[in-house]
Ligand binder design. Structure first.
Ligand code: GAL
Length: 349
């Protein structure tokens, strides 16, 4: 009897775990156990042929009630939950429960052999605005919390604001990491109370920025005064591209794609609007979080976005869409209800 029940359980499990072979942007996405994937504001690390998806676990709604989750996959369609890579308990108390730990991104550091996670830590209505760094020996964690800080202090003509920038350094909010082909890494983040984006080269072990910080040499102010966030950088044929969103909280707005010849910029926003399809003007009702170069398909990329549900953040959905960069450097991201990686062999050749 016990065996029969066990067998039945296995069979039912197999039904729930039916292999996926396509992406369905905006639909519920189940993991290999049949549970909805909880990894919002995602970042993806590729290591030894495995993709690792990190994100905010918002099972219990807004703020940091759980921590940063990690899922793994070999095919990008089917994801196995590896656990909570950075549990909220690993963070200073201020950033648990009513605080936030947002947009986690992970890089592998060849020099130290460590996995390094950066995140946006915040509390008190987004006025603390700091970077957090955590380190692990394995991609799935557990990550050990290393530090919290505002990486740069630069007098841009401070005006009185919420966040004591003159005293404490310039705010650190929506962020991303980018690893260049030469092994150097960069952090992109919305600063100056979200008016201007910063990009700063990381130090050798990736746990801080390169010091001493020199404007124009180790870091730069980009998209100055443009009020952009949700940075999602990528590189193609020597050019550095950066998707961003406007600053409207959980509500969708119009994306932009900016391009530079150097990671530190200057970045020039492209005139051609990249999104095509229903609600394209609202970035398909979603917000950028990451660009993933598809392994083994040079020039093939996936744009990862979050379709936030402000009424119930745990019900926010993932929107993944494929694209290529055209010979003239333009990008078109076209909405699809359903697609698979063969689009890169057919339409997106
Ligand atoms: C957005 C940001 C999200 C989150 C949200 C909170 O602007 O991109 O990561 O911080 O605001 O309202």
């Amino acid at each position: 009897m016990v065996l029969r029940i066990a067998l039945l359980g296995v069979c039912l499990g197999m039904v729930a775990q039916a292999q996926r072979n396509s992406f369905e942007p905006g639909q519920v996405w189940l993991d290999t156990e049949g549970k909805p994937i909880q990894a919002h504001a995602a970042g993806i690390l590729v290591r030894n042929g495995v993709y690792y998806w990190y994100g905010q676990d918002m099972t219990f709604g807004a703020e940091n009630k759980v921590g940063v989750s990690c899922y793994s996959s070999r095919d990008l369609y089917n994801w196995k939950r590896e656990g909570t890579a950075l549990p909220k308990e690993a963070l200073p108390e201020q950033f648990r429960d009513t605080g936030v730990c947002e947009r986690p991104k992970v890089l592998f550091n060849e020099r130290t052999g460590k996995y390094v996670m950066w995140m946006h830590l915040d509390a008190d209505k987004y006025t603390v605005s700091e970077a957090g760094v955590a380190v692990a020996d394995k991609p799935e964690g557990p990550f050990r919390f290393v530090r919290r800080f505002r990486p740069l202090k630069y007098d841009y003509g401070y005006k009185p604001d919420c966040c004591n920038q003159r005293e404490l350094g310039n705010t650190f909010r929506d962020m991303n990491l980018f690893l260049d082909d030469d092994g150097r890494a960069y952090v992109f983040y919305a600063s100056e109370h979200n008016r201007t984006m910063y990009v700063a080269r990381l130090n050798e072990d990736f746990t801080g920025i390169e010091e001493p910080a020199v404007l124009g040499k180790t870091w730069a102010r980009i998209l100055i005064g443009e009020e952009r966030e949700a940075p999602a950088p990528f590189k193609y044929q020597g050019k550095y591209y950066l998707f961003t969103s406007g600053c409207t909280g959980w509500l969708p707005n119009k994306a932009a794609l900016s391009v530079a010849s150097n990671p530190l910029g200057p970045y020039v926003t492209q005139k051609e609007y990249p999104m095509v399809g229903p609600d394209a003007e609202l970035t398909f009702r979603a917000q950028s979080t990451f660009v993933l170069p598809v392994q083994g398909k040079p020039g093939a990329f996936i744009l990862l976005l979050d379709r936030w549900n402000p009424k119930q953040l745990s019900e926010s959905r993932y929107v993944w869409l494929p694209f290529r960069v055209a010979a003239d450097g333009t990008v078109r991201v076209v909405w699809r209800d359903r697609w698979d990686l063969s689009v890169f062999d057919k339409e997106l050749r």
